[in-house]
Design a protein around this ligand. Structure first.
Ligand SMILES: O=C1O[C@H](COP(=O)(O)O)[C@@H](O)[C@H](O)[C@H]1O
Length: 252
């Protein structure tokens, strides 16, 4: 099922998506005991995490029983302010009682794999495989909610148009090179790994995203608009502000 929800502003989108995320985590914990979320970087995704932090309802989540993964990472030194991990920690994870053992960042460029993005990606694939769920036919854990952003050229996670990475069908995680958006080297889940998630939420704001959003929802090829290839097993949710929805056929 694909749904499009349009909010009047980016602020409302962030607040509403935060409320939705809290509810999804509470529901997943009611069903499975442990909830699992895959985080995204980017302005909208980090804005949503900030709104989760600010919400009084955040304490309805048992944060010690949330498995946290990332959909992509900018391959930079540990603690770099541009790393998606650093931003997610500042926005939310440092403010709630997560279990450090359940938080699974992708390796930094000065970690045990040095500047070898392929080794870092292969290691992340192993981390995912160790926790693989029998519910999925590829070696990734049960992802209850997988959050994504959308770039101006249609990228999602760190899968950019017209690259071999967006066409990957075997691996679950890849080292990504020569990205048009800095930094040039990144680590990313692949489309098969993304599609293993129960729910995929694509969240984006601003007029610059209107074209790729409209193209993706009109059925573009993932190689042209990678966001078009992101979908969940049970639900695909597009959470947009009015500007990002402005080129949809209905006018948003
Ligand atoms: O670099 C990235 O950008 C995208 C989109 O970010 P936004 O700021 O345009 O919302 C994001 O989805 C991705 O995780 C991140 O690494």
């Amino acid at each position: 099922m694909t749904r499009v929800v349009v909010h009047a502003s980016g602020e409302l989108l962030a607040a509403a998506a935060a409320a939705r995320l809290i509810t999804a985590l509470v529901d997943a914990q009611a069903e499975h005991g442990v909830a699992s979320v895959v985080l995204t970087g980017g302005r909208t995704g980090i804005g949503v995490l900030e709104q989760v932090r600010r919400s009084p309802a955040r304490d309805a989540v048992d944060w010690s029983n949330v498995d946290v993964y990332w959909g992509d990472e900018r391959f930079l030194p540990d603690g770099d302010p541009e790393r998606n991990e650093t931003q997610a920690r500042e926005a939310l994870l440092d403010h709630v009682p997560v279990d450090p053992e359940r938080v699974h960042p992708m390796a930094p460029s000065d970690g045990r794999f040095g500047a070898d993005a392929e080794a870092a990606a292969a290691h992340y694939a192993e981390v995912l495989a160790t926790k693989a769920s029998p519910a999925t036919d590829i070696a990734v854990p049960r992802f209850d909610v997988l959050l994504l952003g959308v770039g101006e050229e249609g990228h999602t996670a760190s899968l950019f148009p017209d690259t071999p990475y967006v066409k990957e069908v075997e691996r679950t995680v890849v080292g990504v090179h020569d990205c048009p958006k800095p930094p040039p080297t990144r680590i990313s889940l692949t489309l098969p790994a993304i599609r293993a998630a129960s729910e995929v939420w694509l969240m984006t704001t601003g007029a610059a995203k209107a074209e790729p959003v409209a193209a993706a929802l009109a059925g573009a090829q993932p190689v042209d608009i990678p966001a078009a290839g992101a979908r969940g097993r049970n639900k695909t949710l597009w959470l947009l502000d009015a500007a990002a929805a402005s080129e949809l056929p209905t006018g948003g």
